[in-house]
Each structure stands twice: as structure tokens, then as C-alpha cells.
Design a binder for this molecule. Structure first.
Ligand code: ADP
Ligand code: MG
Length: 398
């Protein structure tokens, strides 16, 4: 893989370098609640700017689905990036239009600018290769070369990820290199027991990964929003909890497969329920088999935390992706905190992956140094561990 060092050796002074970063940070009413991904993106940007490059950063925020939605503007991110870099970071009013071209034209050597949310453009994530390619052409036309530093997006065959890499001289940035290095260690010699803990909200995103991981792990602990599809697959009533009804059959297949392989899948035995996802909802703990029809499960219960901690007790390798509950609200954060503490107490290799999971560790004050590695990418690290070819990395190979 061509790296940032190769590019720096070649010389970047005066060249416009398009840097794809992962700046997909959690926002609360336009305020950044965790800037971890911005901080993780600094080394590559700083080094390029110091070497005299004209740095044009490109990133996505949330899922605006190809439409310009002001609430997904990267403006607050540009402001924070400028503070952290200690230099101005103008944001282009669009992604590849006149505004973006004017922003590029105004760059001097060592300057940094940010393009507006790349997912405002339908071409970015398009399933139609002609549409995606046309947008990738427009992005590539803005720069002389490309650095992919967005580890959290390397599992996507998006225009700003693999598309531009195929069109411009390219290199992997510092963050991508560091993440891959770490994850490679997790796939090469795993010391058992190997326990994977999964939670979060993106059930359908993670099912494929779960099937593949069954051949590699000793135990799988499942909490978060995705546990309800699993509980439903076992025939339980999950009330108004997050449920992907069209995935229940798939999950039933996963449970059967796990049983055949002798992999233990641990599901919550109790859950914290409430009548709404709200800071003033009154939480109650109920058995997983007795979720009231009018309530939603928003966290794993204390008995489940104790059980999960026990299953993590003798682990030598742990990978964790996805919060155990809606940790953003204090009354639903105990499950995530309890499991994070149990993982932090493990003696072996512990890797946390995922934007929200990493944010949870920091927001709950667990101490980042108590984990071997905190990855910025959830989906990307899961797919890497699964052994899949990641389009963003493959595009950097040649
Ligand atoms: P990551 O970013 O670490 O990969 P995800 O994006 O998959 O994790 O999921 C994180 C989100 O999942 C959080 O915003 C959290 O509030 C939500 N979540 C966790 N548990 C539940 C639940 N029981 N119901 C609804 N949402 C949940
Ligand atoms: Mg997330």
C-alpha cells in the first residue's frame, strides 16, 4: 500500500491534496459532543500542511441521503478543526460546485479547507456505477492527489473513498495505517478465549459480520438495540423496542449456526425499559421475557451486566462494537458503563471499535488508556475482522 510517507518523499509542496477524513462526530443541536474523530484526523492533515500541500479535506456527516440538509452541515466541524489545528479552515458552500472550486482556488501552500458534507451529493453513495463514477470524476478534478485517512469509511465503495483513489495518485494516511496495523494483529494470532461484544443500533448492517465472526470467536455477547431482534427470534415479545422484523429469520439462522458450532451467544436476561427515548422518561428493569407491550428496551439490565462481566472475565482477546444502550441519556448508560468497565479490566488485548462506542468510553470517563486500542471505525473494523476485502483499502493497493 502506498503510504503518506511515500507521498511526502515525492513532495507535496504546491500540490492540492484531497484528504478523505472521517469527521462523522456526534452532534447535539449543532454542538459536537465528542471530537475524537477530528483529533484522530489531525496528524495527516498537519503533516501535509507542514510540507506545503494545499489540503482539501472531504468528509461525511450522518446520513443526509444525497440531499442538502442544513442540520448535516460540516460547519461546526470546520470550526472545531480550525481550533485544533490553530489555523483557519474555511468550509466550501458545496461539495464539487462553483463554491468548492473557488475554495480550492483560494488555497495557498500550507492552507487547509473543508468541502461541505460529501453525502449531500447522491453520487457519493450511488448504487449506479455511472452516477458514482461521474461524481468521483468531479471530486478528483479538484485535486492533484488523494490521501485516504477515513478508516471509518474504508468498508464503503463510495465515490470519495475508492472512487477517487482509482482516479488520482493516492496514499494511505496515518490513521488508516495505524488502524490496519492494530486490527491485523487481532486477526493474525488471537489468544483465546476470544470474545466479541456487539450492540448499537445498526442491526441489519452488522448481521453479515456476525455470521462470519461465528467461525472465529468463542463467545458473542449481544446488547444494544440489536438484541431485540435476537430476543424476538427466540420468540420473546419485545414491546416497542428497536426491532427489524424482516431480519428475524436471518437471526434465527445465526442462532442455529452458533449452536451447531458451539459458539455461545449471550443475550440480555433483563432490560431497562421506558415509555420513550427521553431524558425525563422513568426507567424500570424488567426480565427480557417480560417486556411490556407499550415500553421500549433502552439498556441492558444489571443482571445482564453481571453475566456479561463473567463471560468476559477469562477472555484474552476482546473486540467491542456498539453501545449496550442509549448511553447518551444518563438513565440508560449503566449497561454500557458496566460492560466497558468489564472489558477495561480484561488482561489481554481489548479493542473498541465504532464512533459511538469510542465516544461512550470518553463521555462516561472510563479512561481510553485502559484499552489496547480504540478504533474510529465500527463497521470498518468489524468487516476487517471478518476477513473481507475493504474497497477503500483495496483501492490503495495498486
Ligand atoms: P457504533 O457507532 O459504535 O458503531 P452504532 O452506530 O451501531 O454504534 O450504534 C450507536 C447507537 O445505538 C447509539 O446512538 C445508541 O443510543 C443506540 N442504541 C443503543 N442501544 C439502543 C437501544 N436499546 N435502542 C435504541 N438505540 C440504541
Ligand atoms: Mg455509530
Amino acid at each position: 500500500m502506498r503510504t503518506l510517507d511515500d507521498l511526502l518523499r515525492e513532495g507535496v509542496a504546491g500540490r492540492t491534496v484531497l484528504v478523505r477524513s472521517d469527521l462523522n462526530v456526534p452532534l447535539d443541536n449543532g454542538r459536537i459532543t465528542d471530537d475524537g474523530r477530528i483529533r484522530a484526523s489531525l496528524p495527516t492533515i498537519t503533516e501535509l500542511a507542514a510540507a506545503g500541500a494545499r489540503v482539501l479535506v472531504c468528509a461525511h456527516l450522518g446520513r443526509p441521503k444525497g440531499q442538502v440538509k442544513p442540520e448535516y452541515s460540516l460547519a461546526p466541524v470546520a470550526e472545531r478543526l480550525a481550533e485544533l489545528l490553530g489555523q483557519p479552515v474555511p468550509i466550501a458552500p458545496d461539495v464539487v460546485g462553483d463554491g468548492a472550486r473557488a475554495t480550492v482556488a483560494a488555497l495557498s501552500d500550507g492552507d487547509v479547507a473543508l468541502l461541505e458534507n460529501v453525502r449531500f451529493e447522491p453520487g457519493e453513495t450511488s448504487k449506479d456505477s455511472a452516477e458514482l463514477g461521474a461524481f468521483a470524476d468531479q471530486l478528483a478534478a479538484l485535486a492533484d492527489c488523494y490521501v485516504d485517512d477515513a478508516f471509518g469509511a474504508v468498508h464503503r465503495a463510495h465515490a470519495s473513498v475508492s472512487g477517487v483513489a482509482e482516479r488520482l495518485p493516492h496514499a494511505a494516511g496515518r490513521l488508516v495505517l495505524a488502524e490496519v496495523d492494530m486490527l491485523r494483529r487481532l486477526t493474525e494470532d488471537v489468544t483465546r478465549p476470544y470474545v466479541v461484544v456487539l450492540g448499537g443500533s445498526k442491526v441489519s448492517d452488522k448481521l453479515g459480520v456476525i455470521s462470519a465472526l461465528l467461525g472465529k470467536v468463542d463467545r458473542l455477547l449481544i446488547g444494544g438495540g440489536m438484541c431485540f431482534t435476537f430476543l424476538a427470534a427466540q420468540g420473546l415479545d419485545v414491546g416497542k423496542s428497536l426491532l427489524e422484523t424482516d431480519r428475524v429469520d436471518t437471526v434465527r439462522g445465526i442462532l442455529d449456526d452458533a449452536a451447531e458450532r458451539g459458539v455461545e451467544i449471550a443475550l440480555p436476561v433483563d432490560v431497562v425499559v421506558a415509555d420513550a427515548v427521553s431524558a425525563d422518561a422513568t426507567p424500570a428493569v424488567v426480565p427480557a421475557a417480560a417486556i411490556p407491550a407499550d415500553r421500549l428496551g433502552l439498556d441492558i439490565g444489571p443482571e445482564t451486566v453481571a453475566r456479561f462481566a463473567q463471560l468476559l472475565g477469562d477472555a484474552n482477546t476482546v473486540f467491542w462494537n456498539g453501545p449496550m444502550g442509549v448511553f447518551e441519556l444518563a438513565q440508560f448508560a449503566a449497561g454500557t458503563r458496566g460492560v466497558a468497565e468489564a472489558i477495561a479490566a480484561v488482561d489481554g488485548t481489548t479493542v473498541v471499535g465504532g464512533g459511538d462506542s469510542a465516544a461512550a468510553v470518553r463521555l462516561l470517563g472510563i479512561g481510553e488508556d485502559r484499552f489496547t486500542h480504540i478504533s474510529t471505525g465500527g463497521g470498518a473494523s468489524l468487516e476487517y475482522l471478518e476477513g473481507r476485502v475493504l474497497p477503500g483499502l483495496a483501492a490503495l493497493e495498486d
